[in-house]
Design a protein around this ligand. Structure first.
Ligand code: B12
Ligand code: SF4
Length: 420
């Protein structure tokens, strides 16, 4: 039985179900932002059923196993859990070990598929406005080692995939049962192997007859023009790219194997294929200065103006498990209010940057890196309406000239601001 707190399961309901079901083992999963909730649940479950076996796993406990034991769990699972959990349930707990490293799966298709009943509760919570979408993961793994991401020692080596048949079959079931047509692949890097992506595109176009709206993540230097065109034709309407920064020195510190030139080249390929670009940036990495933060925002505005890319800015949150977590205090300081997991709030500041500048630049980036185009068309619509209304009489014509001049001035100011 699975209980997911994202579905607004209250502690009261959890207690009722646990006491009625009387499980032998309770397993709790958490990323760092959920670890406080995990601690609370462990304590509550202990109160309700003092002798039950409690195990924990997931990204946070993989990085900080001692936390799990300190919170009161009996066993902590690190790494991938499918094999180790099965072994634990079949053969019982290990005698001399409370922390268990899981052996990674080789073939992801060994995981039993979810049924449409498992999926049903997630259809309603995954929405952007009236549109439903569904998250999918077609692979596990990434060859890079970005300093803010889960460190290489915390995740299995090698990239493993679900078969294309399985992914397409799963999508077609969701389309049929729930009439959901938007899918978001959250594989670390979907555009990893060109041949696989090409095969997926060809098959999904042939095998699913209704139009789909697909989104995924790619990496600078991955894919090529021809591949992105093929993706567009089979329903990919948006692609996310972790640009992270607009300064080559910081990009090399991040460890993403990307340069500004390489990033722009990938943006051009995606843009020319007619796919919307969603670019992600992080402000406040180690060794940043106010100037490098400004450079990042300028780069985002440039990519927005040139390739209509949407920009999203996060502030750096050094999280357990990420390489930056170990060195953050050598290069910066935490604000007194810690435990912030909202990426639009600052918790960490590099020594040569200021909170004020970081906030100001993020605001500038979020507006000018997203809405400049929109702002332009909004002004144009206003101008057309105004022209229509004011050409009715002479007095109106004088006002019209004044207004046109004013709008021209505003547009000019905006243009010079973004191209500075
Ligand atoms: C997809 C994804 C999302 C999606 C989730 C979509 C969804 N509805 O599932 C979205 C975009 C919503 C998201 C949001 C966030 N995410 Co996220 N996300 C990921 C991503 C890319 C994949 C996660 C995943 O599903 N993996 C597949 C599953 C099967 O793997 P898993 O959860 O690790 O579980 C395995 C093992 O850990 C273990 N296991 C897990 N739990 C348990 C429990 C028991 C009892 C046992 C035995 C074993 C076990 O077995 C599992 C199978 O092998 C990871 C990066 C990554 N590669 O892990 C980041 C990642 C998990 N996310 C991260 C973060 C920070 C977040 C946010 C906090 C960001 C934010 N501030 O908004 C939010 C938090 C959401 C929340 N609910 O609190 C970080 C977590 C780092 C940390 N130390 O906490 C990661 C690692 C990315 C990174 N920066 O490195 N995320
Ligand atoms: S941020 Fe993306 S590219 Fe970098 S290590 Fe994590 S998954 Fe890989």
């Amino acid at each position: 039985m699975i209980f997911d707190r994202q579905l607004n399961i209250s502690l009261k309901k959890l207690k009722e179900v646990i006491l009625a079901y009387k499980p032998d083992v309770i397993g709790i999963s958490a990323v760092t932002s959920q670890s406080y909730d995990a601690e609370l649940i462990i304590k509550k479950v202990r109160e309700w059923m003092p002798n039950i076996i409690i195990i924990v796993g997931g990204v946070h406990f993989t990085a900080e196993p001692q936390d799990g034991l300190d919170y009161g769990a009996d066993y902590v699972f690190r790494g991938e859990g499918e094999k180790s959990l099965l072994d634990f349930m079949n053969n019982g707990p290990p005698k001399d070990n409370k922390i268990i490293w899981g052996e990674p799966l080789e073939n992801l298709d060994d995981i039993p598929n979810l049924t449409m009943d498992d999926i049903e509760p997630y259809i309603e919570i995954n929405r952007w406005g009236p549109r439903h979408f569904f998250y999918l993961i077609g692979s596990r793994g990434c060859p890079y080692n970005c300093n803010f991401c889960l460190g290489k020692d915390q995740r299995p080596k090698g990239i493993r995939y679900h078969s294309i048949e399985r992914i397409i079959d799963f999508i077609s079931q969701i389309v049929e049962k729930f009439e959901v047509y938007r899918f978001l692949f959250v594989d670390d890097i979907f555009v990893m192997k060109n041949s696989r992506v090409r095969e997926f595109c060809e098959r999904i176009k042939k095998e699913i007859s209704v139009p789909l709206y697909l989104n995924c993540l790619t990496h600078a230097g991955h894919g090529n023009s021809e591949l992105y065109h093929t993706m567009r034709k089979s329903g990919f309407t948006g692609i996310g790219l972790g640009v992270e920064h607009g300064n080559d020195r910081i990009l090399s510190i991040i460890g993403k194997n990307a340069t500004k030139a390489k990033i722009e080249e990938t943006c051009i390929q995606i843009y020319k294929a007619g796919i919307k670009l969603h670019l992600l940036y992080i402000l406040g990495n180690i060794t940043e200065t106010n100037e490098t933060i400004t450079e990042t925002v300028d780069f985002a505005i440039y990519l927005h103006n040139k390739y209509k890319a949407k920009s999203w800015f996060s502030f750096m949150q050094p999280l357990p498990g990420a390489p930056i977590y170990k060195v953050a205090e050598k290069y910066g300081y935490y604000l007194p209010k810690k435990r912030i997991f909202q990426y639009h709030e600052i918790s960490y500041v590099p020594f040569n940057a200021t909170v004020k500048h970081m906030i100001k630049e993020r605001k500038r980036g979020m507006i000018m890196g997203n809405y400049f185009g929109l702002l332009r068309s909004y002004k144009m619509i206003k101008l057309i309406h105004f022209l229509r209304d004011r050409t009715k009489n002479i007095w109106g014509k004088k006002m019209l000239i004044k207004r046109i001049n004013k709008i021209a001035l505003i547009l000019e100011a905006l243009r010079s601001y973004t191209s500075k």
